[in-house]
Structures are given as C-alpha cells and as structure tokens.
Design a protein around this ligand. Structure first.
Ligand SMILES: Nc1ncnc2c1ncn2[C@@H]1O[C@H](COP(=O)(O)OP(=O)(O)OP(=O)(O)O)[C@@H](O)[C@H]1O
Ligand SMILES: [Mg+2]
Length: 315
C-alpha cells in the first residue's frame, strides 16, 4: 500500500476532504491517505510516507527539517522544502521577470528595527542616511509596503505619500519590507496551480470583505484571451519556481496581467473562504497529483547530488 501523509496546523476542511477523497476514490490503486504522525526524527530512520502534503512547515521549523529529511530519504514532498526554505517574494519577482511574466517595480528596504540577536554594530555595512528619495522615485506613489515573506495580508499597507510611507515603515518592526509599485487594476484573479500543470483561474475581489472576496465575483466570466495569457503565466511561474501547489494572483491593468502574489506554497483552500466549486477543484486536483506521485518509484531528493555536496567528483 502506498501512503500519502498530510501535515497541517490549525487548518480544517481541506486536509480532511483530501484524505476522504483519496481514500474513497483511489482505494483500488492501493493508495491510502492519513494525517502524518511523528515525534522525534532520527538520522537513521526511514520515512513512512511515499508523499507528504505540507500545509504548515512555514510556521514550524521542526516540521521543515523533518520534511527535508524525508525528502532526502525518498518521500516526495509537496512543496519542495528546500526551495521553500530558499526563496522570498522579492527574489521571486526577479525570477518572474526572467520567466517573461510582468511584475510591479519592487525594492527591498533595510529592517526598521533590529532583527532578534542583532544590534547597531551588526549593521555597519548599511549606508546612512538611507537615500529614500531614489527608491520613491523608482517606485512612485501610491505604493504598497509589505513583508518579503508575508501571507494573510500581514503588514500590507497602501501608502499614498512619503509621510504615509514613513508611518507604515515605522510600524514594520523587524520584518524585511518591500516597497512595490501600485497596480491600479480593472480586474483581479487568483489562480490555483497544481502539479505545475492544472490551472484554475478564479475571479477574486480583494476590495470586498474577506468572506466575500470569491463569492462576490463568482459569476464573472474571464475573457478567453486574458484567461489564456494568465494560464500561460501561471504555468511559467510555477514551473520556474518549482512549486507543485501554489496560488498566483494577478492584477490586470490596461489588459496586462501583473503577478502580485505568487509565493503561496500552502495556499488558502478553506471551504468557507474559496467556496464549493473552487474547493472541489483543488481537492480533486491535489488528490490526483499526490496519488500520481505516490505511484512513482521513490527516489531521493531529485536535485541532491551527494558527491557534489561533498566536493567529490561523481563516479
Ligand atoms: N502592487 C500591488 N498593486 C495593487 N494591489 C496590491 C499590490 N500588492 C498588494 N496589493 C493588494 O493587497 C492584497 C494583499 O497583498 P499580497 O497578496 O501581496 O499579500 P499576502 O499577505 O501575500 O496575501 P495572501 O493572503 O494572498 O497570501 C492583494 O490581494 C492586493 O489586493
Ligand atoms: Mg495575496
């Protein structure tokens, strides 16, 4: 029997539905799904799962390390814990540009407050005073100030002037913040992408109340040409970044989709937030991909070359 494990935190609805769906629809393929169950992790152990779907390691570093271990020992982890540990939203903007996807002009800023375990002496490389004028000139106002590793709209502010910027920046604490060009959009979309192949484009209204962001625009048709372009961009991003499960958001200005938020390796898939149709899509598509991976032969983390890591010549 092949085993798929789900690793989750406070989240309910999506993980349970995924387990039920796999166990009901793929029993004849000899695949079973359950919640991951672990305590300590020994170097000499072996992972019990063929596939793990990770919904929480961004908040629990013990889980992240466990997933790297499992990955090196042959478990296929959705999403790749090595890459998820490496990238950030700023650097992903550069990658998007290279993949031919339009993104807003973006800059990162030095932390407002000292990160934990640092003091003034830790920042002797920083120029002072900071040349704010040049970054304001590059980005323009209005602009968005947001963390380079954010989620759930934490610390996101729209700032209309230097004065508003400094107020928001003063409140940003120890986060590394990005200042980003505002895309004054005529339409906004959020897209699931599963297995770097299946794309589901959802009209999304970020100006509505949280619980109405999908439902208030559910019946809006996506113009076919725009849908084609968005689908192409989603696939380019998820394949270049190597995320098997992601949501990609676009703000459309003058007919051009700009990727706004596309580093969501544990995307919101809550029934009450995304609604029945989107929920059913993401459950089915994730199950299909996870099962396909479970049925593949186990290999160690595909890009990990021990000889290279140890500085030896292969062979
Ligand atoms: N550059 C921008 N131009 C226009 N609107 C933006 C821009 N950046 C952010 N926004 C608005 O702010 C919202 C939250 O920003 P963003 O999605 O980047 O934050 P997040 O914390 O990653 O959110 P999520 O909960 O989707 O993970 C977006 O849905 C969008 O409405
Ligand atoms: Mg977002």
């Amino acid at each position: 029997m092949k085993k798929i494990g789900i690793l989750r935190g406070m989240e309910s609805s999506f993980p349970e539905a995924l387990i039920d769906h796999i166990n009901a629809d793929y029993a004849n393929k000899k695949v079973t799904a359950s919640f991951v169950s672990i305590d300590t992790v020994r170097m000499d152990g072996d992972p019990e799962y063929d596939v793990i779907i990770d919904r929480i390691s961004h908040e629990v570093s013990f889980y992240r390390s466990y997933l790297k271990w499992a990955s090196m020992k042959g478990t296929y982890v959705i999403n790749n814990p090595f890459w998820w540990s490496a990238d950030d939203k700023f650097i992903d903007n550069l990658i998007a540009e290279k993949a031919g996807v339009a993104v807003p002009r973006t800059a990162i800023l030095p932390h407002k407050d000292h990160p934990p375990n640092t003091k003034s002496n830790s920042f002797r490389n920083l120029k002072y005073p900071i040349d704010w004028e040049s970054v304001f000139e590059y980005i323009g106002f209005p602009a968005y100030l947001k963390p380079h590793d954010g989620g759930g709209w934490r610390g996101v502010s729209k700032v209309r002037s230097a004065l508003e910027f400094f107020k928001a920046y003063d409140d940003s604490g120890t986060d590394c913040m990005m200042l980003q060009e505002d895309i004054d959009f005529e339409a906004y979309y959020r897209c699931y992408c599963i297995g770097r192949k299946d794309v589901h484009v959802m009209p999304y209204n970020p100006k509505a109340e949280h619980q109405l962001r999908y439902s208030s625009v559910r019946d809006e048709a996506v113009p076919p040409k725009l849908k084609k372009k968005i689908t192409k961009d989603v696939l380019a991003l998820c394949n270049t970044l190597g995320y098997d499960m992601n949501t990609v958001e676009f703000a459309v200005r003058d007919g051009v989709p700009y990727a706004i938020d596309f580093m969501n390796p544990a995307p919101d898939a809550d029934f009450n937030s995304v609604g029945k149709e989107n929920f059913d899509w993401v459950v089915k598509s994730t199950a299909k991909f996870a099962v396909a991976k479970a049925l593949e032969k186990r290999t160690v983390y595909p890009d990990f070359d021990l000889n290279r890591a140890l500085g030896k010549n292969a062979g």
